[in-house]
Write a protein that binds this ligand. Sequence first.
Ligand code: ADP
Length: 285
Amino acid sequence: MDYVYTVKELPRKGETLLVETFIENPGGKGANQAVAAKRLGAEVTMIGAIGKDIVGNKLKENLEKEGINVKNVKKVDFPSGNAMITVDQNGNNTILVYPGANLHIEKEDIDRCEGIIKDNDFIILQLEISIDTVLQAAKLGKKNNKKVILNPAPAKDLPEEIYQYIDYITPNETELTAMTGIEDIELAARELIKKGAKNVVVTLGEEGCYFLGKEELKVPSFKVEAIDTTAAGDSFNAALAIALGEGKEIEEALKFCNAVGAISTTKRGAQTSLPFITEVKNFYK
Ligand code: ADP
């Protein structure tokens, strides 16, 4: 759950401030990507963890309302994951993330979910849960011949073993550099291929994206009036699964991802900005 506080100026050490506006927004990369994929037309099952608290219930109900299968969102004895976001009048922010329950979806839970993995075409993973769990999901995805998309966000060190299980790894520029220690996008992407990833998609904000796989492509995004880029990357990842699932060729698939990402920047918020498929079809003919 994201708690967003708007203030004139960010608080200094020891300062107590009155907040101008406050909003509670369901968020989290996994949940955002699940909602985005569902709105774009996929059947989605969420695997994750929430606390046995009111916030946990709200998060689960929110996913249910979107039509996402939440039978494997388990309840644990830790508070639900949350983020406290402070935004000043110039749009600068500070963010505290408390992972809480998110770190208690475990490897063994994934083993129990192998049937679900078998029933789906794509596994989309992010790094707001433990790496061991992500590794196990990628491994079982590969074992069952499913397509594995890893959005390595927020940036963390990955075990070398994981790359061989990944069909598409989708860092933004900052994450790509953090992962490889290389500034140059092309060289850094090559490094991920060398490690075993089959395809690399680097999101480049308003510039669109860069792809390296059997071929190399740079696909520009669409010109829009961007007002809030929160969840642009999340919507892009969901769009990738949808487009590939429909059998689109990679260039066409990435155009679709850029369209979805671009639309999401024209609205405020995380899940509130995620487009439905009809909107994308109208935007992108
Ligand atoms: P993240 O949100 O993970 O940092 P990016 O900022 O790279 O990711 O954005 C993800 C995708 O969203 C981009 O690859 C692009 O398709 C789209 N996008 C983001 N910002 C803009 C923008 N200002 N104009 C058009 N498209 C954008």
